[in-house]
Design a protein around this ligand. Structure first.
Ligand code: PMT
Length: 397
């Protein structure tokens, strides 16, 4: 069923970023209703939000009803989630006091939906004990506070007070809206990305994994209610919201992090592409470039096989491995499934268009005792959801 979000926009320069929040939410299929304070209208016009949301924008308490009945009650009751982004120090103070002197604060008092607030203000205003006390009071009442981040502020200084980026705010909202909670109560351990094995202080052996597949799985598992630990090799991706992310560099470090967390995991998904080889004797100094035509010889030795270790030590954990194959894909995948004692193996034939490393899509086949389930090319977020459908079904009590 389509979800409804009431987005309150208050008077800060970050109001322009709320346009992107609306755009991303509507693209995700959410019905967005914007409520602007007078201050917000000094920064951005309501027409922008009306065009992006496809709904009338409510600006004043007495504009005349835009919805059936009394606007603030209608919206308060129909919202699946109320968000304020940006939230000024003033609206935070009013919300903490339970004031209702405009449309937005009236909705806040009248709603029973979850409330998310993304503060945006000058760093001194944010650090002021009054603001901090107001935020603490809202948190105590169950309001979720998103950010703020640090960096250059509109007033020219740098510090904490920048509104979180729209993508992050939207991720928080979608997490709140998700009602597929079939992994609630489960602990899911996911690995993602490549690992790096040093050749010298500036060079390393690695591979093309971006981490996108593993991060999509971690995000999706969190959305479905699981407690998620993500062990990630070096990637350019942001830590997923609602997930405990542990960053590691080498295959040995990934093994150690996995060993630390595997015992109480219910599900382990090894989407990482750990380097299979490490340099036997990495140089402590940068190796000088050879003359043209000269060879540089590296002795590579194998790294620990984390998945094999998990297969040998698992007790009740549901163990999902991945395999990136280029030839005899199904036969090789079956051999990995058997030899590593897996419950499921997700095969990527990385020679296929839209599959495997770096790209935003994947083409996978789930391999288990019952056979093979080939999925079509889909965005990695959807592939993650399909893998978790399978995991949820197999691990349901
Ligand atoms: O990160 P992306 O750019 O989104 O790309 C996704 C992906 C292609 C990396 C991912 O979907 C994938 O296929 N990951 C597994 C890649 C891989 O290492 O395949 P493999 O066949 O070499 O390894 C088989 C399994 O053993 C994997 O689950 C791997 O995590 C695990 N392994 C491998 C080596 C090692 N030393 N320890 C391991 O546990």
């Amino acid at each position: 069923m389509q979800k409804t979000v009431v987005l309150g926009i208050t008077g800060g320069i970050a109001a322009y970023k709320s346009a992107e929040v609306v755009s991303r939410l509507t693209k995700a299929g959410v019905d967005v209703h914007c409520v602007m304070t007078e201050g917000a209208q000094a920064f951005v016009g309501p027409v922008t939000f009306q065009a992006l949301s496809g709904n009338p924008v409510i600006c004043g308490m007495f504009d005349g009803p835009q919805h059936w009945g009394v606007d603030h009650i209608y919206l308060a009751q129909h919202a699946d989630c109320v968000v304020i982004a940006p939230a000024t120090a003033n609206v935070i103070a009013k919300a903490a006091q339970g004031m209702a002197d405009d449309m937005l604060t009236s909705i806040l008092l009248a709603t029973t939906a979850p409330v998310l607030i993304a503060p945006a203000m000058n760093d001194q205003m944010y650090a002021h004990p009054a603001t901090q006390a107001n935020i603490a009071c809202l948190r105590e009442r169950g309001v979720r506070i998103i950010g703020p981040g640090s960096g250059r502020l509109a007033c020219g200084t740098s510090g904490t007070g920048r509104m979180s980026e729209p993508a992050e705010i939207v991720e928080h909202i979608l997490l709140q809206l998700s009602d597929a909670r079939d992994l609630a109560g489960k602990k899911v351990l996911v690995t993602a990305g490549p690992t790096r094995e040093a050749i010298d202080p500036v060079r390393y052996v690695s591979n093309r994994s971006s981490g996108k597949m593993g991060y999509a799985l971690a995000r999706a598992a969190a959305m479905r209610g699981a407690e998620v630990i993500l062990v990630s090799g070096p990637t350019a991706l942001e830590n997923p919201i609602g997930v405990t992310t542990l960053r590691v560099e080498t295959t040995e470090e990934m093994l150690q992090a996995v060993q630390q967390h595997f015992a109480d995991a219910d599900v382990i998904i090894k989407a990482a592409a750990p380097a299979d080889y490490t340099v036997q004797a990495p140089s402590e100094e940068k190796i000088k470039k050879k003359e043209s035509g000269e060879h540089l010889q590296l002795d590579l030795v194998t790294t620990p096989d984390i998945l094999k270790w998990l297969g040998e030590h698992k007790i009740n954990q549901f163990l999902v491995g991945f395999a990136a194959e280029t030839n005899d894909a199904v036969a090789n995948a079956r051999e990995k499934y058997r030899s590593k004692k897996l419950d499921c193996l997700v095969l990527n034939d990385v020679t296929k268009q839209g599959a495997g490393f770096e790209v935003d899509t994947n083409v996978v086949t789930l391999v288990d005792d019952t056979g093979e389930l080939a999925l079509p090319c889909m965005p990695k977020d959807e592939v993650a959801m399909r893998i978790l459908d399978y995991v949820a079904e197999r691990t349901a009590k």
